[in-house]
Design a protein around this ligand. Structure first.
Ligand SMILES: [Zn+2]
Length: 115
């Protein structure tokens, strides 16, 4: 499956002319100069909301691969940034959970000064 470089419409692989805008599209998958909006959005959002940024970046990355649009490395950066953020969240959650469990078990006051 390929996409029209002019209007973005999905085309059958054999298509020579886009049925949507009438442009020649036999080479639309090569040298696409358009930026993928989702890849850009995913990269920007990954700084504020890791989960949303990760989802947008993954979709953007897959779209870039499919349509050969620009922004593939940007989407990849978004995926890495969001993953690192989510990893830090998970680790701090785990950390607080362990502290909480230590106190719940009555061991906090005994063990924490040793850490
Ligand atoms: Zn078209």
């Amino acid at each position: 499956m390929k996409f029209c470089a002019h209007c973005g419409r999905e085309l059958v692989d054999e298509a020579v002319v886009c049925p949507g805008c009438g442009c020649a599209c036999n080479n639309s998958a090569i040298g696409n100069d358009k930026w993928n909006g989702l890849a850009i959005a995913g990269f920007v959002v990954s700084f504020f909301a890791a989960t949303v940024g990760l989802i947008l970046s993954i979709i953007g990355f897959r779209q870039c691969k499919k349509t050969n649009e620009k922004g593939r490395s940007l989407a990849l950066a978004g995926i890495i940034i969001s993953s690192v953020e989510l990893g830090i969240y998970a680790l701090s959650l785990l950390f607080y959970f362990v502290i909480f469990m230590l106190y719940a078990l009555g061991l906090g006051y005994t063990l924490l000064p040793l850490l």
